[in-house]
Design a binder for this molecule. Structure first.
Ligand code: PAF
Length: 281
């Protein structure tokens, strides 16, 4: 597996793959790869001949008070993990080799990014859509794989791909979970062992909501209230939002339509922010 740091090297490697008639898959990451990322890479490899993993801690998606400076950088381990999971190329650019000096162009989705995390992380999704558009242009993949845990990111990237006519197929991978049910996230490494146990209240709240819907409940307010109560049973958790939303446009709904409604949750635990979601029905 090759590791490249510049766009000309990346383009040359992808061109060689194209000459060999390989389809190209992209797995965008910010590094600090865990089993969830490796599952995305394996999925990409199952669907494309040549798989590029980008490792880039994107400064434009972090707010001024967020953890950009302390976000873990673990390139050597990321390269080893990518290779073991079947990647063909790791693209790990320096910020100054990726963003043009004085870059002043943004890609912004303006509908599905309004509520949920968008309300609490102004500018975050604009940074995500901009950097993924840049990656799509740099790599020109046939497909790109994203995890379902980042529900709103996925919705924004789907819209961006559709609206801006990127010829890229978006492949979705289910959320990968720890044995205790907590969704895998690079930020889990900030949690103490005690907090890691306390974080199980989040998947427990999702399970309570799902069980209610499976039992026939369709009132979104009651489903939401049950999930909120389960979160509140763990006093260390500070919920930021807990919303029952439409699966397509992520706006709050009054009624649960099984298969078309999602419960989305964001909580702080200590200084760590955790998100998760579940299909209802
Ligand atoms: O999900 C992430 O890790 C990032 O938001 C992404 C998609 C790699 C863009 O920086």
């Amino acid at each position: 597996m090759e590791v490249v740091h510049t766009i000309p090297e990346l383009r040359a490697a992808v061109a060689r793959a194209r000459q060999a008639h390989q389809t190209v898959g992209l797995v965008p990451t910010m590094g600090c790869l865990h089993e969830g990322h490796l599952a995305l890479i394996r999925q990409a490899k199952a669907e494309a001949g040549f798989v590029v993993v980008s490792v880039f801690v994107n400064p434009t998606q972090f707010g001024p008070q967020e953890d950009f400076a302390k976000y873990p950088r673990t390139l050597a381990a990321d390269v080893a993990g990518s290779s073991a999971a079947g990647a063909d190329l790791v693209f790990a650019p320096a910020t100054e080799d990726f963003y043009a000096a004085g870059a002043s162009t943004w890609v912004e989705e303006t509908r599905v990014t309004q509520g949920l995390c968008g309300e609490f992380r102004p500018g975050h999704f604009r940074g995500v859509t901009t950097v993924v558009a840049m990656l799509f242009n740099a790599v020109q993949p046939d497909l790109a794989v994203f995890g379902r845990k980042d529900l709103q990111q996925l919705a924004a990237l789907r819209r961006m791909t559709r609206d801006l006519l990127f010829p890229v197929r978006i492949v979705v991978h289910e959320t990968v979970r720890e044995p205790n049910g907590v969704a895998l996230s690079s930020r889990n490494r900030y949690l103490s062992p005690t907090d890691f146990t306390k974080a199980t209240a989040i998947p427990a709240a999702l399970a309570v909501a799902r069980a209610l819907v499976d039992g026939g409940e369709r009132d979104a307010g009651r489903v939401r209230a049950a999930a909120v109560a389960r979160l509140a049973a763990e006093p260390a958790l500070r919920p930021q939002y807990c919303e029952v939303v439409d699966a397509l446009d992520l706006t709050p709904v009054n009624q649960v339509t099984p298969g078309r409604t999602i419960l989305a949750v964001a909580c702080h635990l200590g200084t760590t922010r955790l998100i998760d979601n579940a299909d209802l029905g």
